[in-house]
Design a protein around this ligand. Structure first.
Ligand SMILES: Nc1ncnc2c1ncn2[C@@H]1O[C@H](COP(=O)(O)OP(=O)(O)OP(=O)(O)O)[C@@H](O)[C@H]1O
Ligand SMILES: O=C(O)C1=C[C@@H](O)[C@@H](O)[C@H](O)C1
Ligand SMILES: [Mg+2]
Length: 174
């Protein structure tokens, strides 16, 4: 069966929803950030600080192309992945894509709540510091920069997505 790609900003719910969706469909679940961490044997902040973002984007493109098409997998992609190395064209050519469209304001709130609940995770995303006063501005800028690519997804779900809403929209795509 076709692979399903979840795309969208960090904290848009790709991992949370992806795991539930995979369970419902009896698909495998994979997370490209996790694949990179495993392949590199380093955390994402370590990759960014030691090797730079350009290196990270190359690793992303490589990992994406290593996933078997037609493998019945739900794939949570990194927040920036569709926007580099023609990855969005590759995603569209190899599966069904779903954009979780969550506003920068809602993302900010989620990141802040998450940082309070799990302070150890606060440094997980090198581009987004939950304690930075400028975070909302950063999120708005990234969202604006990326939205034209994200909107190329086959399906867009706006706001809080439920598994049932995604299954309804997936309909004939699978
Ligand atoms: N529909 C939702 N409503 C409110 N909070 C949510 C929702 N979905 C996920 N969250 C919360 O937002 C945070 C990020 O969710 P999740 O890890 O699924 O996002 P993500 O898109 O995979 O992020 P990343 O790109 O960092 O991997 C978590 O704390 C999660 O509990
Ligand atoms: O939005 C981004 O560019 C990123 C999102 C995360 O999923 C990671 O892929 C990394 O922290 C970069
Ligand atoms: Mg995730």
């Amino acid at each position: 069966m076709k692979n399903i790609y979840l795309i969208g900003m960090p904290s848009s719910g790709k991992s949370t929803l992806g795991k539930r969706l995979a369970r419902e469909l009896m698909y495998f679940f994979v997370d490209t950030d996790r694949m990179i961490i495993r392949e590199e044997g380093r955390t994402i902040p370590e990759i960014f600080s030691q090797s730079g973002e350009v290196y990270f984007r190359e690793a992303e493109a490589r990992v994406l192309r290593s996933i078997r098409p037609g493998g019945s997998q739900v794939i949570a992609t990194g927040g920036g992945m569709p926007c580099f190395h023609d990855n969005m064209a590759y995603i569209k050519a190899t599966g069904v894509s779903i954009f979780l469209d969550v506003s920068p304001e809602a993302i900010l709130a989620r990141m802040q709540v998450h940082a309070q609940e799990y302070p150890a995770d606060a440094t997980d995303r090198p581009l987004y510091n939950p304690y930075d006063d400028e975070l909302l501005g950063t999120l708005r800028q990234k969202y604006d920069d990326r939205i034209d690519i994200y909107r190329q997804a086959d399906i867009t779900i706006t706001g809080d997505a439920t598994v049932q809403a995604v299954l309804d929209r997936l309909g004939d795509w699978l």
